[in-house]
Design a binder for this molecule. Structure first.
Ligand code: NAP
Ligand code: GDD
Length: 378
């Protein structure tokens, strides 16, 4: 476990919840007492799109942030490199710990040692199409991983607020608009596992009185979105085509409709949920849906290209069961959390295309002349 940080000068911007006494320490130095007054968050999935934005958000609010990182054979912290702090630096407030949602003992140890005020469970095998290929693993991480974390919370007795990253995919084929009261009809192993994660979060709240909230988030995107999700696949292709590095873009179902928002807006919603007196469930989306085809049209047009010259449909990208239409009714979140999205669909497309074009410019300036081949068929 990383050493607890020392010598910090940052100010916490909100009162931390009262900490229970740490049974291992008899007395506290003044500096230790100050450290213990900082709100402390634990994030699973901190190396992902949402985790990286949430880490930045919480650090800016004065939190100590502890991220769970799973072991990989090469470095996988690209999204965090710009905020990485060496633990030896005085004032470091961001720490990474090796653990895994498939390893319950590592989770319990982390909870016991860190005693966080807030836990954000964002870790997941989050790709819907991939979940058809690795369904057991997906269920292990997404469903059982959530249970392991909740059980670690209960058994260690750590008093903290818990956020579960639930998904609009849980609604599946139930028609829109979808909100907290809409019945689930999941259409993939991923969505089935998320339904379990959601229900077990509600169950632990009701059974053990845990402050456990579930954010039912609709699709949210950004320049940090994984490259095999459809929006990023499109905007990367636009940038590469624009620079003559790619000639075709192969996609699946162009008629699927999604409620796409901007990821940093959704991070704010997660945090707001954990600041409530009472835990609950919240659907988070813009309330506006567009087809994949519309996203494609806008993205190519923004780069001065006609998408019909480049896009082809390839059935290999179809899913065994599709989710046709997701669109949020976010009125509960608006009313209770005061949450509103700030970025429109059109702005989102522009932000992502511009970021990918800038990235290709940067790579070309560095002498890279070939696109990284698409390794996945999703
Ligand atoms: P993402 O970019 O795919 O990130 C997933 C994170 O989970 C990564 O940090 C990944 O680590 C980690 N992870 C994977 N397997 C793990 C394991 N066995 N143990 C611990 N960590 C593991 O996903 P995202 O878009 O940021 O989404 C965050 C969460 O919100 C996910 O739970 C997702 O299902 C959910 N969600 C996302 C959306 C959306 O539109 N983005 C909407 C609704 C819900 P590596 O970096 O090592 O792979
Ligand atoms: N990935 C991908 N690749 N999707 C494609 C393609 C393609 O080539 N062509 C068409 N699509 C369609 C998919 O069939 C789907 O209907 C839609 O584009 C969106 O696909 P993704 O971007 O992969 O996202 P998703 O909606 O399946 O899942 C995302 O959103 C969920 C929330 O609703 C993920 O982030 C999930 O983790 C998240 O829970």
């Amino acid at each position: 476990m990383a050493a607890r940080p020392g010598g910090r000068r940052c100010l916490a911007l909100r009162c931390p919840r009262e900490r229970e006494a740490d049974p291992r320490s008899n007395s506290q130095s003044p500096i230790q007492a100050k450290i213990n007054s900082m709100p402390r968050a634990l994030i699973t999935g901190c190396t992902g799109q949402d985790g990286s934005y949430l880490t930045e958000f919480l650090l800016a609010k004065g939190y100590d942030v502890h991220g769970l990182k799973r072991r990989a054979s090469s470095l996988n912290t690209d999204r965090l490199d710009h905020i990485y702090q060496d633990v030896h630096e005085a004032g470091a407030r961001f720490f990474l710990h090796y653990a895994d949602l498939t390893d319950g003992s590592s989770l319990a140890t982390l909870l016991y040692d860190l005693r966080p005020d807030e836990i954000y469970n964002l870790g997941a095998q989050s790709h819907v199409k991939v979940s058809f290929e690795i369904p057991e693993y997906t269920a292990d991480v997404v469903a059982c991983g959530t249970l392991r974390l909740l059980e670690a919370m209960r058994r260690t007795g750590v008093q903290c607020h818990f956020y579960q990253a639930s998904s609009s995919e849980m609604f599946g084929s139930t028609p829109p608009p979808q909100d907290e009261a809409t019945p689930f009809h999941p259409r993939s192993p991923y969505a089935c596992a998320k339904v379990f994660g959601h229900n077990i979060t509600v169950n632990y709240r009701e059974s053990y009185g845990l402050h456990a909230s579930s954010g039912i988030l609709f699709n949210h995107e950004s320049p940090r979105r994984g490259e095999t999700f459809v929006t990023r696949k499109i905007t990367r292709a636009v940038a590469h085509i624009k620079h003559g590095l790619q000639h075709k873009l192969y996609l699946g179902n162009l008629e699927a409709r999604r409620d796409w928002g901007y990821a940093p807006d959704y991070i704010r919603a997660m945090w707001l949920m954990l600041q409530q007196e009472t835990a609950g469930d919240f659907a988070i989306g813009t309330g506006e849906a567009h087809t994949v085809r519309e996203f494609v049209e806008l993205a190519f047009a923004h780069a001065g290209l006609d998408w019909k010259d480049y896009v082809e449909v390839d059935a290999r990208y179809f899913r065994p069961a599709e989710v046709d239409f997701l669109c949020a009714n976010p009125s509960h979140a608006r009313r209770v959390l005061g949450w509103e999205p700030t970025v429109t669909f059109q702005e989102l497309v522009r932000i992502m295309v511009d970021a990918d074009c800038a990235e290709v410019d940067r790579q070309l300036a560095g002498g890279i002349s070939a696109v990284r081949p698409e390794a996945a068929h999703v």
